[in-house]
Design a protein around this ligand. Structure first.
Ligand SMILES: Cc1cc2nc3c(=O)[nH]c(=O)nc-3n(C[C@H](O)[C@H](O)[C@H](O)COP(=O)(O)OP(=O)(O)OC[C@H]3O[C@@H](n4cnc5c(N)ncnc54)[C@H](O)[C@@H]3O)c2cc1C
Ligand code: SF4
Length: 425
């Protein structure tokens, strides 16, 4: 600045409250006007989302998504109807682990084969030297670091994984970290790719007949639906949103979340992958990690800190709504109509993790029972009154209340024994 003496500094909108504050301070320090221009990292202006969200008691992603489709004319036909006659094809996108196995569809094991350049190698060495105690290792760093690499990554996803993205979106398999996911979040969040070009590349594949509609629509929804939605919630609800804890969850995070040393195989596999790659796919984050945090009663701010520490795609704007709102229901249901809590049934159906586990997914209580089973009912027990007022949870809450005292005590005892050892208060 001193050398060139510019009249003003032009910056893209900062992506978080702390960055905004830093920019304001910078402006004061430099005594140079700063002009903020809209960012290309999101499609929807913050003011636009605010105008839509204002006055709504709770926000539904699906409503935002339909509005985005219409606004940007993505996958809309000439009669202003959604292409294919439906807004989403989720019913086609719930293939289980076993149906994937039966179909024999191989996954592409690496998202891209990037050879680290000299700069990347130098940084890997520096990280190892400066942070020897940190969890994980940068030795096998695997992500593209520049625009060309990012474009290669996008192209590789469109060609190799997008066709099967939709159908296998929710499944998990041991030793298969990426399956058919795009692994574009780190590149999008860094600004190496824009959401528009990712969405347009997927729609182009559909129009060329290279990918089916259920996959393309599913992918487009993740980006213009979920990604834009969580960013909108972040700016609309402000920094206080991160402090919410509507269920009063107070347990600290256990240390094994940094080492993956647990006998629960689903958690072990997902945490191990996280230590290796700094990345998990959505269902691993939501239905294994988030689910466990939720039903074990781990404090949402502790969970948020951990997610921020451990992921290559972690940013303040994206974590707040995903962790506090979607996963931990700590906003009291502002952006999820019911908590994403599940017993072992879900994990068993959608993965092969239970096969290699020392716990038994069929047992409900006792030392060998899957902890997800009794923790789930302990969670319902703890919040039965509140859930009884939620139309989507009422049946479950009533089922719990109708149980015999002995059955309730059995669940409570198993949960207490487990938590005392695995998640001490
Ligand atoms: C507890 C929890 C924490 C999460 N933390 C992050 C995070 O730190 N950074 C992050 O980018 N995403 C986060 N997500 C959202 C989502 O899990 C990741 O974006 C996704 O797994 C990244 O992998 P991918 O690029 O292969 O995604 P794909 O499954 O291929 O989806 C395509 C793209 O859609 C976008 N997307 C999909 N779902 C979401 C979502 N819920 N929120 C925002 N963008 C979404 C991402 O940009 C992603 O790259 C989190 C979700 C949960 C439940
Ligand atoms: S049995 Fe329970 S703890 Fe073990 S892998 Fe299955 S769901 Fe996870």
């Amino acid at each position: 600045m001193q050398e060139h003496g510019p009249e003003k500094l032009i910056l893209a909108e900062p992506n978080s409250f702390p960055e905004t504050e830093a920019v304001t301070k910078l402006g004061r320090k430099l005594r140079t006007p700063i002009e903020i221009v809209p960012t290309a990292q999101f499609l929807l202006a913050r003011a636009d989302f605010r105008a839509w969200a204002s006055g709504q008691k709770r926000l539904l992603m699906e409503n935002h998504y339909r509005r985005m489709r219409q606004r940007f004319q993505f996958l809309m036909d000439e009669n202003a109807e959604p292409v294919g006659g439906a807004w989403n094809f989720d019913p086609e996108n719930r293939a289980t682990y076993h149906s994937w196995k039966r179909a024999g569809t191989p996954s592409t094991n690496t998202p891209v084969a990037e050879q680290p350049d000299q700069t990347t190698r130098d940084v890997i060495a520096m990280v190892a030297q400066e942070f020897p105690e940190n969890p994980g290792s940068a030795d096998a760093f695997w992500l593209p670091v520049d625009r060309k690499g990012a474009l290669r990554s996008l192209q590789s996803f469109i060609e190799k994984r997008l066709p099967n993205f939709g159908i296998y979106e929710d499944m998990m398999a041991e030793g298969e970290p990426y399956l058919f996911h795009s692994v574009l979040s780190p590149l999008l969040n860094l600004g190496l790719l824009t959401p528009r070009e990712c969405v347009e590349a997927a729609i182009d594949a559909y129009e060329r007949g290279a990918a089916p509609l259920n996959s393309v629509e599913g992918f487009v929804r993740q980006i213009i639906g979920w990604r834009e939605f969580v960013n909108g919630v972040y700016w609309f609800r402000g920094p206080e949103y991160k402090q919410l804890n509507s269920l009063g969850a107070a347990r600290p995070l256990p240390a094994w979340f940094y080492t993956a040393q647990t006998e629960m195989n689903c958690l072990h596999q997902v945490l191990k992958q996280n230590l290796e790659l700094g990345w998990n796919h959505h269902i691993q984050r939501l239905m294994v990690l988030g689910n466990f945090f939720l039903i074990a009663g781990i404090n949402p701010q502790e969970a948020l800190r951990w997610f921020n520490e451990m992921y290559v795609d972690a940013y303040d704007w994206v974590m707040a709504a995903n962790v506090i709102g979607m996963s931990l229901y700590a906003d009291g249901g502002y952006m999820a109509t019911k908590p994403y809590a599940a017993t072992s049934n879900y994990i068993r159906k959608m993965s092969n993790y239970c096969k290699g586990c020392r716990f038994d997914p069929d047992q409900k209580t006792g030392p060998d029972a899957c902890p997800f089973n009794y923790l789930y009912w302990r969670f319902i027990d703890e919040h039965a009154e509140q859930f009884g007022r939620n139309p989507r949870m009422r049946t479950i809450a009533n089922a719990w209340l109708a149980r015999s005292d002995a059955s309730k005590e059995d669940v409570r005892g198993s949960a207490r024994n487990f938590l005392e050892v695995a998640v001490p208060a």
